[in-house]
Ligand binder design. Structure first.
Ligand code: HOC
Length: 383
């Protein structure tokens, strides 16, 4: 068993174990991938203020996200095709998150269905929703999330059209995988993954099966999006979803202060500063750069969360310091899943927790809820 002490260790192992078309799907961005790269690289220049001789005993990472208790303010992000990183991936990740005490968010575009995940977990998880043209289908998904006891709905607003992802097109991405010669040759080098997939029946989009034609390749995935997703989406639809759902609503995909104010007006409980992991509008601002202005614009009117580029607990605490009440990790847990299944997701969460806790101590704090800009070196962070 290789020694795993960082998220990068998990990434390297996942890359070795997951077929290229699915590894690349997770670990890539759109167009030139400049926003994808900026999401993580723009954490580096942000510097901490190290403090000494302050009481650092009895530290706590416990907090809340949309009023729900969390063991640390970190949630698993909704990620498409998670069950292609590892057989039954969504179930395994949800179970790891549940045991750890952090929220798991199931994507509409998951392989395991809402019901699959509910049947294998004991605590409520969160469900992520897209607005498609067929409102009856959306209403049914909302009902299914309610019936599964989901405790928050994450409504994604930044994927009405699909960003161009060149690697997916080149790899001939499809789910289930298209058995071209290069794909078969590549898969032959991933025996664990293949055995897992042979042992499960969950190999297709569990939430939309029956509603969507089979996705033959990435170009049909983007034409499917163009066919199904509603290009006229407006804040009125957000209100419709809110009314229909009636529970905690989190708006995902906010990068602009004006949109953040509209999210407040829509009555949502939280917004997520996000550029969809650099997978949509390449050339958009990194999430960490966009965060402070959005947090300042909305004040305490709405809970501000963020995702994008987090690769360590140190990145988590920087995001908290710049105004996030909670942070989502996507690729880090996918690396864990691809590397070691459920144990890998747990390892990912342990790594993030240890890094977050130790960094908080170095900054002279004992309670994660007290983290604010004062732990950062003035001039080193975006405003
Ligand atoms: C057919 C629609 O969040 C991603 C995912 C989901 C993509 C949905 C595609 O790849 O960014």
């Amino acid at each position: 068993m290789p020694i795993i002490t960082t998220i990068e260790d998990l990434r390297v192992l996942a890359q070795r174990r997951v077929p290229r078309m699915f590894y690349d799907y997770a670990d890539s961005g759109s167009w030139t991938e400049s926003t994808y790269r900026a999401n993580s690289s723009e954490f580096a220049p942000i510097k901490f203020r190290q403090r000494v001789a302050v009481d650092m005993s009895n530290r706590t990472l416990a907090s809340t996200m949309v009023g729900q208790e969390v063991a640390m303010p970190v949630a698993l992000a909704p990620t498409g095709l998670t069950g292609m990183q590892h057989a039954d991936g969504e179930i395994l990740a949800a179970r790891a998150a549940e045991r750890f005490g952090v929220p798991f968010t199931l994507s509409t575009m998951s392989i395991c269905s809402i019901e699959d995940v509910a049947a294998h977990t004991t605590k409520p998880f969160w469900f992520q929703l897209y607005v498609m043209k067929d409102r009856d289908f959306i209403a049914r998904l909302i009902e299914r999330a309610r019936a599964a006891n989901c405790s928050a709905l994450v409504l994604t607003l930044d994927l009405q059209v699909l960003g161009q992802r060149h690697k997916d097109v080149r790899n001939g991405l499809s789910a289930p995988p298209r058995l071209t010669l290069p794909n078969i040759v590549n898969m032959a080098t991933k025996p664990r993954w293949c055995l897992g997939m042979l042992g499960t029946k969950r190999r297709y989009f569990g939430n939309i099966v029956g509603h969507a034609p089979k996705v033959a390749d990435m170009s049909s995935l983007s034409s499917w999006t163009a066919q199904q997703f509603d290009l006229t989406l407006s804040w009125k639809d957000v209100e419709w979803v809110k009314q229909r759902w009636g529970g905690k609503l989190i708006i995902k995909g906010i990068l602009d202060a004006e949109d953040a104010r509209l999210a407040v007006a829509s009555g949502a409980d939280a917004l997520i500063v996000s550029n969809h992991g650099g997978r949509q509008l390449d050339g958009a601002q990194s999430s960490i750069a966009a965060l402070p202005a959005i947090a300042d614009a909305v004040g305490s009117d709405i809970e501000v969360h963020m995702d994008g580029g987090i690769r360590s607990g140190q990145d988590v605490i920087k995001a908290l310091a710049l105004g996030a009440k909670g942070v989502y990790i996507g690729r880090p847990f996918l690396y864990g899943l691809g590397a070691l299944g459920e144990a890998g997701v747990t390892r990912c969460l342990e790594i993030i927790r240890t890094e977050l806790d130790l960094t908080m101590a170095f900054c002279g704090l004992r309670d994660v809820r007290k983290v604010d800009r004062s732990i950062l070196l003035p001039g080193s962070y975006p405003v």
